[in-house]
Write a protein that binds this ligand. Structure first.
Ligand SMILES: C[S@@+](CC[C@H](N)C(=O)[O-])C[C@H]1O[C@@H](n2cnc3c(N)ncnc32)[C@H](O)[C@@H]1O
Length: 245
């Protein structure tokens, strides 16, 4: 169903995390409805507004989005969208990068190959739930501080660092995953690979939490949420993409 109807039916204060890749501006028009550039910021504000009382207090919303190049210039609708969301009370917590090492050689040959997309992370609080070690890796530099410097007659000299320990380090704000990793066998032209929602779900929610994807497409977010013992709800307006058992 249309998420504008679906979100209204959710219980208040129920959703711990929203992960979504909404339709972009005037791309993939032949596959599903797309929003004109001029309307995009307020269209986003309107579905995000519906979410406000459905979210738990420390919930996050992650939006995967990428502006296109138009007449040799980056279209500014994403920047405008972020601005109006901030004006509407959303806190822009961070921008994560989804780096696609295997991105196809498309676009202008006069430019470097674009190999990343943004994931805009919003919340209604400046202290959303976040466990950055959930995706962390073993490191022997835990507690490492920047080199300290002190003044001497010869200028600044290196004073060393504190005692680093071993342990699990926080993850970075870059998710590395090739587009070739998208799940096979689903009828959808714009899926993200499961590694993208997996990273976000592990970091921004707990087991049993409810995860929502208002533009769920083939259902990638739902399949990953289930694997990670989270509950999930997704909306998809096109019946042809609806998840079949
Ligand atoms: C970029 S795709 C999402 C793909 C998804 N992340 C996946 O991995 O399969 C966006 C989806 O939003 C759907 N959509 C567009 N407008 C919608 C609306 N108002 N309510 C629900 N779904 C909508 C489109 O049909 C499309 O399938």
């Amino acid at each position: 169903m249309d998420c504008f109807d679906g979100i209204k039916n959710l219980d208040n204060n129920s959703v711990a995390l929203v992960i979504t890749s909404p339709p972009y501006v005037e791309q993939r028009k032949k596959y599903y409805n797309s929003i004109p550039e001029i309307d995009y910021p307020m269209w986003t504000v309107s579905w995000m507004r519906l979410l406000k009382n459905k979210l738990k207090e420390n919930a996050s919303v992650c939006i995967n989005i990428r502006p296109h190049i138009k007449n040799g210039q980056i279209s500014n609708y994403v920047a405008k969208t972020v601005d109006v969301l901030r004006e509407d009370g959303w806190i822009e917590c961070e921008e994560l990068i989804w780096y696609k090492p295997d991105s196809p050689p498309m676009g202008s040959i006069k430019r470097p190959r674009r190999a990343w997309e943004s994931i805009k992370w919003f919340s209604l609080t400046n202290k959303p739930f976040c466990n950055p070690k959930a995706n962390g890796s073993i490191s022997n530099r835990i507690g490492f501080e920047q080199s300290k410097f002190e003044e001497s007659n010869n200028g600044y000299v290196h004073r060393g660092q504190n005692q680093a320990k071993s342990g699990i380090a926080r993850c970075t704000d870059v998710i590395v995953c090739g587009t070739s990793k998208v799940e096979k066998g689903y009828n959808h032209p714009a899926m993200f690979p499961p590694e993208v929602p997996e990273y976000l779900i592990k970091m921004l929610s707990k087991e049993e939490d409810l995860i929502l994807d208002p533009f769920i497409g083939s259902g990638t977010t739902g399949r990953v949420a289930e694997k990670l013992n989270r509950k999930w709800i997704g909306f998809e307006i096109n019946e042809e993409y609806m998840i079949k058992d």
